[in-house]
Each structure stands twice: as C-alpha cells, then as structure tokens.
Ligand binder design. Structure first.
Ligand SMILES: *Cc1c(COP(=O)(O)O)cnc(C)c1O
Length: 375
C-alpha cells in the first residue's frame, strides 16, 4: 500500500501496476483467440494512461464526438463508435476519427450510409437480441422492455443491408461468460440468417473478464464459435474490466458527530465523486474496514454536502476514527472520474498516478475555476 499522508485529499489515484495486471489478462485473451479488445472510454477516460493501455489493447470504443476525438488523439489506434443517434453537424468529424461507425436504427443508416462508405469506413448495426440476463438492474439492461438501444428482430430489415459489414450488441453489465453464451444463443436464434452475411461482430462491454471468478475459457469458446462458424472478426469493448480495482479515492475525516450512531464527515462525496454508489447503488470497499458492527467501532460515513442522502455507507474499524485520519476507498478508477461533478460547489478530487516504482505523479488538480466555468 502507499503512504496515505503523502497525497492531497480528496484525490483519485490510478494504480498503474493494477491496471497492467488487468491489461495482461485482456491481452492474453486477444493473443489466444485473435479477438480485438477495445477500451470502452465511458468507464475510464484517463487519457494520460492511453499510450500505456494502447500497448496492450487494440484501441478505443466511444459513444460520440468527444470520446471519439479523445480516443483518436490520445491513443490513435482502432476507434469504434456507437451512438443512439448522430447529429448532422457532428457526423463528418466522427467519421474522420473512427474506423467503425455503428448505427442504432435503419433511419440513421439510411441517412449517413453514403458518407461513411465514401470515407472508406466500416458500418455496423447494433441489434437488440431481447435476451435479458440481468435481474433487478433495469437501468443497466439494454434488453429491458421498450429499450431504445439496438434494433429488434421485428424492426430489422434484411433487404436493407447494403454496405453493412458488422453486427454490434451490448447487453451485459458486470457479468460472466455464461451470460454471454446465453446471449449468443439468442442472437443465433434471432439473427442467424444475418451473421453469415457479416464480416465482424462486436460483443460490446459488460464482460467482467478481470474479476477473479470470471470464466475466461468459456469466453474464448464464445469467441471461437463466432470465428469458426461464421468467419467473423470478433471485437470486445469492456470498460470496467480494463480498470477494475485499479484506482483509489483518498479522503480525510473532517469531523465526528453522533445521531443514534457515530457519524464521520469526510471531504469526499458519494453524490459528487462516486455517483454510482447512489445510482447503482453499491457499497464501495474501504481499506481496513468491516461491515457495520463487524469490528469494534462503527461509523456512518457521509459528505460535506447538503444532500441528506449523501452517505457512502456504514463501516466499522478496529480503532476509533480521529479528525484528520485518512480513509482509502477501493475500486475507484471506473465510473468515478468520468461521472464526477461539482454539485453544491464540491471541489473535484485531484488525479494522481501510482507508478510501478511506488512513486506518485500528479496528473491533474482542480480548483474554483473548474466549478465556475461550467456554470
Ligand atoms: C457501457 C458500454 C460499454 C462498456 O461497458 P462496461 O460495463 O464498462 O464493460 C461498452 N460498449 C457499449 C456500447 C457501452 O454502452
């Protein structure tokens, strides 16, 4: 572990050795199968690390103009874009940055097909296999009823595929390869006539490949199935798996109060610095802590903001907390810096890099102007 007194708070720390550990796992999948793996920038856009990530992965996946430009300028490898719809004013610039343009409807395909083909770029269509494999997480399920993401079989036009060379799907979220296998079964059942007409398939993200219990051999069987049966080139675009458990958020205890139980006020915020804690919701890991009541001293950890629900969770410790103590939350690389905000005038955490030799490099620091200039 690093010296928590050496960093400013609040700060995110991108953990280079942990990132490299994940990237080696992902590169192994590519090397054994020939599948190309792209970083989904939505989860982790810490572009300072793109040159290093690009040594392991094939490129970037993006969701619109700004991510497309970031991937193009900072990594400069394969760049695939999917958006639920593209603006007329942006499509030409997007095409200039990306090799694969994925459409979400036949109307968007018809509108922009000629421009993509004239630029010599590839066209894909996102399908909706209508196969939900996650329960109770409708906000993260593109196969939920009335979903706007992906073309269902009923709306698919097999006679309008001129110029289309690929199929894209994205239906998983933090899932294992058994759910991918189930999804591929549904895709073969619904779109089995389309696959032989294609050159590539993109499995989207949501594959928790770098999690300890992830079944990598089954993933590789899924990849080979599409390669061998249909001759397809396979792409995957995980976000979480690239930077899973590869970041920290360090915060300081500002005050200790009491209301039915001890409360600690921190200089970080769930609402501002780790919004998925409230949105998903989940309880982030905290170094050296236990569940409430598990260790001798339990606290409710909350923020400086005025939002009553801005509480990170209830945790316990071996020793009582003191004002000035530093706490270190784990798994704070993904969906953290890309989603943070300055609600209530909260400062943004600085971003540091923990390098292989154990030293820190300051990547970004933020101040008042970052708050003011968005308003
Ligand atoms: C969110 C998303 C990803 C990445 O998902 P993770 O859960 O972070 O792996 C990839 N592709 C598309 C189209 C997405 O929307």
């Amino acid at each position: 572990m690093f010296d928590v007194r050496k960093v400013p708070t609040p700060c995110y720390i991108a953990d280079e050795p942990a990132l490299i550990h994940n990237l080696e796992i992902l590169r192994g999948v590519s090397e054994r199968t020939g599948a190309k793996i792209l970083l989904a920038q939505k989860a982790f856009s810490c572009y300072h690390l793109y040159p290093m990530i690009g040594e392991y992965l094939a490129g970037t996946a993006c969701s619109g103009l700004f991510e497309a430009r970031l991937g193009y300028e900072e990594m400069g490898k394969e760049n695939h874009v999917f958006s639920a719809a593209y603006r007329e004013s942006e499509i030409d610039e997007i095409i200039s940055y990306c090799g694969h343009i994925i459409f979400n409807s036949f109307s968007q395909l018809d509108k922009y097909r000629d421009r993509v083909l004239a630029a010599g770029k590839k066209i894909g269509l996102r399908i909706n296999p209508e196969c939900s494999t996650q329960e109770g997480h409708e906000i993260y399920d593109p196969c939920s009823p009335k979903s706007r993401l992906g073309i269902t079989r009923r709306n698919f036009r097999t006679d309008d595929l001129a110029g289309v060379t690929g199929i894209h799907f994205h239906t998983l979220c933090e899932q294992n390869s058994d759910d991918l296998e189930t999804t591929l079964d549904a895709i073969e059942e619904k779109f089995g006539d389309v696959l032989p007409r294609m050159e590539w398939i993109n499995f989207g993200g949501g594959h928790h490949i770098t999690r300890d219990d992830y079944d990598i051999p089954r993933l590789e069987r899924c990849i080979r199935r599409m390669q061998d049966k249909y001759g397809l080139e396979v792409f995957l675009e995980p976000g979480e798996a690239v930077a899973l458990n590869a970041g920290w958020l360090v915060t300081e205890v500002l005050d200790l109060t009491e209301n039915d139980m001890p409360i600690a006020i921190l200089d970080t915020s769930a609402a501002c610095h780790m919004p998925d804690v409230l949105e998903m919701p989940y309880r982030p890991p905290l170094m050296g802590s236990g569940e409430k009541g598990e260790k001798k001293y339990s606290y409710r950890l909350g923020s400086q903001t005025c939002l009553a629900g801005d509480v990170i969770g209830e945790y316990s410790f071996d020793e009582p907390l003191h004002v000035g103590d530093r706490l270190v939350f784990g798994d704070m690389a993904i969906y953290s810096m890309v989603k943070n905000n300055t609600f209530n005038g909260m400062p943004l955490p600085d971003i540091l890099l923990l390098k292989k030799d154990g030293s820190f490099e300051a990547l970004r620091s933020f101040g008042y102007s970052d708050f003011r200039e968005r308003l």
